[in-house]
Design a protein. Structure first.
Length: 267
């Protein structure tokens, strides 16, 4: 999803989802209150902020000056859950939403126009929520991708079945140049783009589990220098720690959105 400011006049490095498709292209938090969200993630992850071109309800989070994620304070307006969501680049948001519904998934929001593109918030047939974005990616997107400050993993009922679902939606493992490569490694499905791992899919989630952390979902991971310090900061700033070990912690923010921090050396 493109939250960002427009590229400078005459810039030639703008990347479009028409040339990069089926790839995770952004992660975004849908929150209720921008101020408290900024304060929480500033304290826990050290993020700074800059305006986004979509308006006052949107911000770009920066880590060491590099874009890492988007914040959209629209949970009340859109009547959606407070949650972290990965977005995938598509050539047509309308076509992607249609493919999702044809395969038993659902459309929660959109597709809607958010200049300079279109977006939709969708769910796969096991209930895991994700988004699609059609249009320009933000001007620093290649930097975001190379830095890999954010990473996504799908916890789902059946990794093989999920790979077939998403492959059909996003043309993974097709003959098209630049498509996402799919490899089965052990019990995981590993997704690569231009040789880089961009996502993983693992089995074991339970659709009817009362605990939302066990139900199918896309989990957003952020690479950090000190996992324990982030966990402690989350607790001090109104969040909670769901699990913690030396190299990874699963956290909830002050509004209930779940995310993971992982040691940079383990990423």
């Amino acid at each position: 999803m493109n939250h960002d400011m427009p590229s400078p006049a005459g810039a030639t490095d703008v990347v479009s989802t028409h040339s990069v498709f089926g790839v995770p292209c952004w992660v975004s938090l849908t929150s209720r209150d921008m101020r408290t969200t900024e304060e929480f993630y500033g304290a826990v992850l050290g993020w700074e902020w800059r305006p986004a071109r979509l308006g006052d309800r949107f911000r770009i989070a920066l880590s060491e000056g590099r874009p890492v994620a988007g914040i959209a304070a629209v949970a009340g307006m859109w009547r959606t859950a407070v949650a972290w969501t990965p977005y995938f680049a598509v050539r047509s948001a309308d076509e992607a939403a249609g493919r999702v519904q044809e395969r038993g998934g659902t459309a929660a929001v959109g597709p809607i126009s958010l200049p300079p593109g279109r977006a939709a918030l969708l769910a796969d047939r096991d209930g895991a929520t994700f988004g699609v974005w059609e249009g320009e990616l933000f001007s620093d997107w290649p930097t975001w991708r190379r830095a890999q400050l954010a990473f996504i993993r799908l916890h789902t009922r059946d990794a093989f079945d999920a790979a077939i679902f998403y492959g059909g939606v996003f043309d993974w493992a097709s003959d098209e140049p630049g498509c996402v490569e799919v490899r089965y490694e052990g019990e995981e499905v590993v997704l690569r783009s231009e040789g880089d791992v961009v996502a993983r899919i693992e089995s074991g989630a339970a659709e009817s589990a009362p605990d939302p952390t066990v139900r199918p979902h896309w989990q957003v991971h952020f690479a950090v220098e000190d996992v324990a310090a982030c966990a402690h900061a989350a607790g001090r700033n109104g969040g909670s720690v769901l699990s913690l070990d030396a190299d990874e912690a699963v956290l909830r923010d002050n509004e209930g959105a779940q995310f993971t921090v992982v040691s940079r050396r383990e990423r």
